[in-house]
Design a protein around this ligand. Sequence first.
Ligand SMILES: NC(=O)c1ccc[n+]([C@@H]2O[C@H](COP(=O)([O-])OP(=O)(O)OC[C@H]3O[C@@H](n4cnc5c(N)ncnc54)[C@H](OP(=O)(O)O)[C@@H]3O)[C@@H](O)[C@H]2O)c1
Length: 270
Amino acid sequence: MTITSTQHIAFFGATGGCTNACLVHTLNAGFHATALARTPSKLVDMLHAQGISQDVMDAQLTIFKGDISDIHAIKDTLTNHVAGTTGAVTLASQIISGIGGTPQMQMSLRRPVTIDNPEICATATKNIIQALQEIYKTQPSTALHKPSIAVISTTGVSDVKEDVPFAFRILYHVVLADPHKDKKEMESLVTENSGTTFRGAVIVRPSLLTGDQSVKGSGRQGWEKLRVGREEEPAVGYTVHRADVGQWIFEEVVKTGGEGRFGQRITLTN
Ligand SMILES: NC(=O)c1ccc[n+]([C@@H]2O[C@H](COP(=O)([O-])OP(=O)(O)OC[C@H]3O[C@@H](n4cnc5c(N)ncnc54)[C@H](OP(=O)(O)O)[C@@H]3O)[C@@H](O)[C@H]2O)c1
């Protein structure tokens, strides 16, 4: 699908490393974008640090302040805010979500790591679905051009094939059980709503994330050198750099429209 000049890509979790890197490439390529951020100044500072000028931000990006629990702010992020356009509401052509919680240690031998909000990914997905369904109901014409969604999940949640290297299995299947339950719920919601609420869906499962969002930072392997697997034939590896994951999502999903990846659960690793 070709993105028209009045369409935009909606970002959730863009102050996270992978999604921020994806947004940087999206803006550099000239696309319009919206982003929901709890702290807009944090997002602006991250984009400035990556060389995105204020002029580019003014022309191509609209940031909405809000939490993912705020359906109204989600609706704003999903609807059209391209400068110079008026008239009927149009929706984002794509949604990119890298929402995730902050890991926290707890006094438990069985579950030493939990996250600040153990249902954040499922909640975010439910709320995006609810927001879209309410928009379709009040503005039926929007349902003719539904957005696709790409979410960042994780390895270690497959029911089909083991995609975690042997040395990481206790970490992934015991220590990280709480965040992974949330990711599985997110994946189910996205899959169930693909073709109905969403035009299509792509699930990206990176291995252990390293580095930050810096697209020019060190430690990157390069997005085109990543090993890419599918649920049935996962690419099994230890780590992957956030900036590489973000660029991979830009190159393979944002830039292309993502149709060739719809329905896939993609493992990404070095
Ligand atoms: N750590 C790993 O090794 C690993 C491995 C595989 C997958 N993952 C998953 O991959 C995804 C991307 O990870 P990352 O490290 O690039 O990013 P991250 O640092 O986990 O960023 C999370 C993002 O979610 C946002 N967020 C959290 N709660 C929110 C709320 N209530 N409302 C609105 N926004 C909220 C954060 O915003 P604020 O800036 O406001 O906090 C931030 O933008 C995450 O889901 C992560 O769990 C992680």
